[in-house]
Write a protein that binds this ligand. Structure first.
Ligand code: PLP
Length: 403
């Protein structure tokens, strides 16, 4: 990697006026990386605010039912705010403080990244503005409520399709207007350099913990690490520490949605092509004019047309294998994990579980699979109730609204 490139991917493709602020971010991050005091403060917050290390759980019942490889679950859902996202938000808040910024902005689709950003803004005393498409606000109202309770201003974006990509553009416009006091918190391992590298470095603790915990349980490395892939932050976090361990197979799971037609899924590696969008070069689901295509996934966090540049590079190098699973397989995986292991995973993470359920019976009993369970399912309550056609839940909502 040089100059923020992973092979031909990555880079920094932005209007000239934003380059100085990204150079400042890169310089500040490079100095923080070498600063013991910064690392100590970051690790202290991960332990005492976010709740790290998260446990590695042996899924004994699931393993016995499938009759093949042993399955372990890295339960990132036990992080504060319910997912791995808090880790890179804490890291970026510390960097913003180091740069003397007083304001955080972010874009959010499902609201998870918005909630994590609003959380660190409250914790560290930043003012906070979150951009969210008006369509997303309508379907993710509970997270809007949470962000507002945390003190953030949520701005509805009324341009374009009124979803995530329009929120990204609104946040970039805000950054151009307020570069002096504002840091843009990007929520995955994507965007212009240095975000993909910086967020991966913050997240790599996940793989370090997996390695240590698997050694404690099994006295060896896992044979497989499986993670879902939206932008790629939980996957890069889980994979990074194993990249040079050839015996560990790394599998990224994309959202197969409801079918193979463009607009029905978010599988960037089949149907996508290489392009430059939102400041970085990678695979995107785009039309021949480079306009982003519509995507679909039952999980909002995987419903995105782009993918982090380091994962694009690892895909081409064949170091990470990519597969996809459908909405239906994902819902079945939520049910299976809830019934057999007492864990309701986030819909994003359930994609990785669904693939493990397919893979484990084909492997011998001494093989070890670690599934990165990036988040817990509380946030998906309304989507799950609708998908499982739970009439009594609808009735509860109707009665609740009347009160
Ligand atoms: C629980 C959870 N997992 C995974 C993702 C996907 O993001 P990434 O690929 O950056 O881990 C999200 C995004 O919102 C999420 O909330």
């Amino acid at each position: 990697m040089s100059n923020g490139h992973f092979g031909k991917y990555g880079g920094r493709y932005l209007p000239e006026m934003l380059i100085p602020t990204l150079e400042q971010l890169e310089k500040t991050y490079e100095s923080a990386k070498k600063d013991q005091k910064f690392q100590k403060e970051f690790n202290n917050l991960l332990k005492n605010f976010a709740g790290r290390p998260t446990p590695l759980v042996f899924a004994q019942n699931l393993t016995e039912k499938l009759g093949g490889a042993k399955i372990y679950l890295k339960n990132e859902g036990l992080n504060h705010t319910g997912a791995h996202k808090i880790t890179h938000c804490i890291g970026q808040a510390l960097i913003a403080k180091r740069m003397g910024k007083t304001r955080l902005i972010a874009e959010t689709g499902a609201g998870q990244h918005g909630v994590a950003t609003a959380t660190v803004a409250a914790k560290f005393g930043f003012s906070c503005t979150i951009y969210m498409g008006a369509v997303d606000i309508a379907r993710q109202r509970p997270n809007v409520f949470l962000m507002e309770q945390l003190g953030a201003k949520v701005v509805p974006v009324l341009t374009g399709s009124q979803t995530l990509k329009d929120a990204v553009n609104a946040a970039l416009k805000d950054l151009i207007e307020n570069v002096n006091d504002t840091h843009y918190v990007i929520g995955s391992v994507l965007g212009p350099h240095p975000y993909p590298t910086m967020n991966r470095d913050f997240q790599k603790i996940v793989g370090q913990e997996i390695k240590k915990q698997t050694k404690e349980f099994e006295n060896k490395l896992p044979d497989y690490v499986i993670a879902c892939v939206g932008g790629g932050s939980n996957a890069m976090g889980a994979f990074y520490n194993f990249l040079n361990k050839k015996s560990v197979q790394l599998i990224g799971v994309e959202a197969g949605g409801k079918g193979k037609k463009i607009g029905d899924h978010a599988v960037r590696f089949s149907g996508g092509s290489v392009g430059v969008v939102e400041g970085y070069k990678s695979y995107f689901l785009q039309d021949s004019d480079g306009q982003l295509q519509k995507t679909h996934s039952i999980s909002a966090g995987l419903d995105y047309p782009g993918i982090g540049p380091e994962l694009a590079f690892l895909h081409d190098k064949k170091r990470v294998e990519f597969v996809s699973v459908s909405d239906q397989e994902t819902l079945q995986a939520v049910k299976t994990l809830a019934h057999l292991e007492g864990i309701i995973p986030a819909l994003e993470s359930a994609h990785a579980v669904a693939h493990a359920i397919k893979l484990a019976p084909k492997l011998s009993k001494e093989k070890i699979i670690v599934v990165n369970l990036s988040g817990r399912g509380d946030k998906d309550l309304f989507i799950l109730a609708e998908a499982f056609k739970d009439k009594s839940f609808y009735k509860f909502l109707e009665d609740f609204v009347k009160i």
